[in-house]
Write a protein that binds this ligand. Sequence first.
Ligand SMILES: *Cc1c(COP(=O)(O)O)cnc(C)c1O
Length: 717
Amino acid sequence: MAKKKTVYEKLCELASNLWWSWQPDVTQIFHLIDPDKWSELNHNPVLLLKEYSPEQLDDKLSSLSLHSRVNVAYRRWLEYMDRSDTWGSTNATILGHRCAAYFSAEFGIHESLHIYSGGLGVLAGDHLKSSSDLGLPLVAIGLFYGEGYFSQHIDKAGWQQESYTEAKTENLPIIPAYTPEGKPVMISVSTRSGEIFAKVWRINVGRVPLYLLDTDVPENSQEDRNLTARLYGGDQRTRIRQEIMLGIGGVKALEAIGIEPSVIHMNEGHSAFAPLERVRNRMHEDGFSFDDALREVAASCVFTTHTPVPAGHDRFDAALLEEHVGPLGDQLGLDHHALMSLGRVDPQNEGETFCMTVLAFKLSRLANAVSSLHGVVSRRMWASLWPWRSEEEIPIGHITNGVHMPTWLAAPMRVIYDRVLPTKWYYKTGQADVWSGIEEITPGDLWETHQALKNRLIHFSRDLLVKQAKRRGSSETEIGHLKTALNPDALLIGFARRFAPYKRADLVMKDMETFLKIIEDADRPVQFIFAGKAHPADERGKQIIQRIFKLTQEPPFRGKIVLLEDYDINLGRHLVQGVDVWLNNPRRPLEASGTSGQKVVLNGGLNCSILDGWWAEAFDGSNGFAIGEGRTHVNQEIQDDRDGLNLMKVLKEEVIPLYYDRNYDDLPLEWIARMKNGIRTLGWRFNADRMVMDYAEKMYLPAAGGLSSQIKGDSSL
Ligand SMILES: *Cc1c(COP(=O)(O)O)cnc(C)c1O
């Protein structure tokens, strides 16, 4: 029999698989070992455990009586990894033979792994976690960004400053990927200007392996060693070089590891070169013609588009494409014109640049948008790709995004759920009937739990505000004020997301007169927390941050409107678990889905949102609030003005009165009823288990097994 494992070894094993990150009991163990250090180390258990020798840790665990909790957690982990009665084992059997491969430029799994920038990445992270929970056979491919995405500071003038820190792989739960022969994987991609090499890392996300390509190897020039250093850094040339690594390199990496997927899922167009490398394989290994190989490969590829903003689609000019994809084109027997045609809406139009989204549509059998409204917008936007079809027949369906419940649900809320939902509800969160028990939650219970979470958020925010002010060199008086910023008894509204201009973080300032009145009302106080990063090249986004920063410094707003720096998964978790209201006011219809509001729902917060993205299909009149009626105007300024007025109107007439309508126990019963309506009507629909099951049934299974599809007909062009 194998030697019994020590608790130290068990904890190290738990730290080596990101499964721990969505297990509140395991997270709690790391927290209890040293609460301050745990937070200082950004919740990185690999770093935490390095602080102790096995003996020291053993002593520490003994003194805290944590041994049995470690043993229980470890046993649960083994059971999780071995479970065979999963949804996937009965509903996705073909994938058990050959899995699905999920390609994405970013993955937001945990704050200690900086390879994401925003919603796209967090969605990808949630997709992997739910796939793991459901036992869906899936592997994931991405890039290892040593410096990741930037950390944000805001200087005295309110201007965003960016800084990068290099991650050390020895401090991450990351190991080299190996070939079946046991050699570390190394792949290369040829360009006209030389070969680019990459090694491959592996990170375990529960049962799902995530493979990350890293060009920081001695075989490369210094420039190429830096190629994968930063997410969304550099110019167009960096961009296309990263994308050939992700798509072409990713397929080569899977092959080297010995994985032959039955489906390729391109999460956004960044990875759209992947099918071309598969085509090359078919031609080379099986003697297919290009056309035959393309038909076969496209039948096994699926594509999710995320961007209704026209400028958000990657486009490359002919020279960049030739330099980077020319060598592959040679092997496919495609001349420059034929290659360019693959990325053009009109193959004959020499004036068109090469668009990755167009390539992805042409190379995939099934395609989807990420909300119902986004489906409509995408079909209109890409109608010219299928000129012989009417708009309703454009083969782009939709699967609305969802969030991974165990990641975003606060532990105290989970306790309430356990009380009223059927046993093992967390294995069945995608079923509506499982959620009917939410009605049985007693209002007092829900309110008390929510208030506790809100208090936690307020304390967390105050600490951050003080830290930020100290770094900016603020005066002692100012710092003193921040220690009491935000009032636990006042309505708290949160707004946090990327500061892309279409998200209009400063919409509250449109109707300044009403806004000021709301803020100055001492009887029914209202306060706001803002957070979010602007892309380093986005001057307009940075100006919006600056506007809000300046507002936070002005007397009537000070302490009532605060701006927290460096929005990431950790800050996001605190916010979505603690706010009363989550504000989202994008310029409709530019928000493809949005997911942060879904995280808020699970924790009992209410959404107050423009009817765009997921909210357009979620709002039913009594599960949150709508800003306006879902109208758009051809004139953007008029639309912004109108939305600004509607925002103040709903706050003044609905949100604030409802929040302050209290019974003799000081409970806002109508408000609490809305909280419950939100959870009951939305929890099952907008969660990642439901989303992944939809992907499996509507996309992966048809693509893997040639079944007819429910979402889209044959899109071969
Ligand atoms: C959920 C999440 C997002 C996505 O939010 P949207 O509503 O899509 O803007 C972005 N960043 C972080 C850190 C998140 O957790």
